[in-house]
Structures are given as C-alpha cells and as structure tokens.
Design a protein around this ligand. Structure first.
Ligand code: PDD
Length: 286
C-alpha cells in the first residue's frame, strides 16, 4: 500500500511527493529531524520531540515553518491516514531551496522544506530483538562537535551501523578520548548493581527524549543514576548495559566487542526499565 506523506502543507501519495534538487537538505545536509514513536495509534512524548525540534532549529538559525499545534495535527493525521498502530513518524525540516547551490545560507525569505512520513512497525513494543538483547562493537567517534543538534548528517552513524553488521553485531558504540559518547542512533548506559551510569548531557551527544523519560522513571523506582563518562573497558565489566531511543525504547546490550555481559542475556534492570517506560508512556500518549 502506498503511504500518504506530508510535504510543505500537502498530504500526497508517496510517489507524488516532490522536493527540489537544490534543497539544502539534499545538497548540504542542512536540515534537522525528529522521530516520534506510535503505540496504540498514539504519539509517544510528542511534546519532548517538539521542544527538541525548536531547539535544533534555533541553534541553526533556521525558521520553524509550523506551530506546535499544527505539527501535532499533521502527525495525528498521518497516523490516521496510514492506519499506524505501532510505528514511527519521521519529520524533517530543511533550510529549503533558493534554486541554486551556494555555501552561504539562502535569502531570509526562503521557505524551509517540511516533510513527514510514517513507518509501520507492528510488534515494535513486544520486540524479539529486545528479548534477546543487542551485540555492539566500539568504533571511534569522528562526528562533528554539535551532536546535540539533531541534524540529518547521518553518514558516519550509518557507516558505523554497517561496520557492526559486518562484524556480525547489531550496533556500534562510539568512543571519543577513551569514553563512550553514544550509539549510532541511541544513548548508551551501563548498569552496576542498582546504579545506572550514562554520559552527562553536553554538545557531545544527542539529548535523547527517551533518555530523559527513562532516567526519570529510574529515579522514581529508587535506582541510582550517575551521569558521568565511562570507558568501553568499564562497560565490558558492567553487570548490564542498554541503549535508549524513540525507535527501540530501552534495548538491552548483551555483548560489547565480543565480551558477554553477565551470562550474555538481558539482565534485570534494562528489561524492567523497558516495561516501566512502555507502560508509563502508553498512558501519557496523545
Ligand atoms: N535516533 N543519539 C543519537 C545519535 C540518535 O540518533 C538518537 C535517536 C538518540 C536517542 O534519542 P531519542 O531518545 O530522542 O530517540 C541518541 C533516532 C531514533 C533515529 O535517528 O532514527
């Protein structure tokens, strides 16, 4: 079935959607994005994603072409039109096109491009992958210095994912100056006893919307949260590890660079946090 997508104010069949070849998202990766999950046909943490979108746009001095209320309406309409029960809504805003290629930003009155589409992912919440846990490799983090802005410059994360696949693994954790930054498309955590350790927020990592919710739930469940740097060696010796993202929620990590964590199966903390996250977020979905 052809999807209905949203492009610059119009709902269209996916094969009729068009943007310019001069669009700066295409030529310069001059754009930002958000991925919001859908459970039971409702949006998970829409507010969090809308707030981060505004921040990304502000940091890049890019115009926001749509109000938060209208954006919610477009998300809901796409979920309805495409009959999404479990899946994702992808949103991208670029600096648009003024009909040519130039390193300088286009004229002030250039309209941004806005595109949204859905991805149907039945079984995303009750995922066999999450029951099994993920295997990760470590790779050097060679991305740019503003990883807090959710830009569409995803070439290196995409290459990292392929390096992991070639090594027979699921994902890669990136390492800078000896410390883990994050996964290719998720935030990274280790668990020692009742303590969850994850890198503190800075320009070095994306400020995950799932991260914020999971750390809140962990604290409410009387777990200790320590926001600090950790190394791959420390991670290999941890009781457990996991990642968080809007597309995989809480995903246990069972192996790092060939070293099994614990008995090589998901431990106690990550599956529990996944359960709490899914329960609480379903209740608050809009
Ligand atoms: N990725 N770190 C990076 C580099 C990411 O790309 C993502 C999300 C996260 C987690 O952020 P959040 O919890 O807000 O999803 C952390 C999305 C899912 C993607 O690119 O598909």
């Amino acid at each position: 079935m052809s999807r209905t997508v949203y492009v610059n104010g119009e709902y269209l069949p996916e094969d009729e959607a068009r943007i310019s070849i001069f669009d700066r998202g295409f030529l310069m990766a001059d754009g930002v994005y958000e991925v919001t999950s859908v459970l039971d046909g409702k949006l998970i943490d829409f507010d969090g994603h809308a707030v981060r979108l505004s921040r990304s746009l502000n940091e890049l001095e890019m115009k926001n072409p749509i109000s938060k209320d209208d954006l919610l309406e477009v998300h809901r309409e796409l979920v309805r039109l495409n009959e999404i029960n479990e899946g994702l809504v992808y949103l991208q805003i670029t600096r648009g096109s003024d009909g040519d290629r130039d390193f300088a930003f286009p004229a002030e009155d250039t309209e941004p491009t806005i595109v949204l589409f859905t991805q149907n992912k039945p079984g995303m919440a009750d995922s066999p992958a999450a029951r099994k846990g993920a295997k990760v490799i470590s790779i050097e983090d060679i991305r740019w210095g503003r990883r807090d802005i959710k830009t569409v410059q995803l070439l290196y994360p995409s290459m990292g994912k392929m390096m992991a696949k070639k090594a027979g693994c699921d994902d890669a954790w990136m390492v800078e100056d000896g410390f883990v930054t994050e996964g290719t498309s998720n935030n990274a955590y280790i668990v020692k006893g009742n303590r969850i350790i994850t890198r503190a927020l800075s320009n070095d990592i994306l400020h995950g919307i799932t991260r914020a919710a999971v750390l809140r739930f962990a604290r409410e469940a009387q777990m200790e949260v320590e926001e600090r740097n950790f190394t791959i060696d420390e991670a290999k010796e941890a009781d457990e590890a996991f990642t968080t993202s809007a597309s995989a929620f809480v995903m246990p990590v069972v192996e790092i660079d060939g070293v099994a964590l614990g008995d090589g199966t998901p431990g106690r903390v990550a599956p529990r946090l996944r359960e709490i996250y899914l329960d609480e977020m379903r209740k608050a979905a809009v």
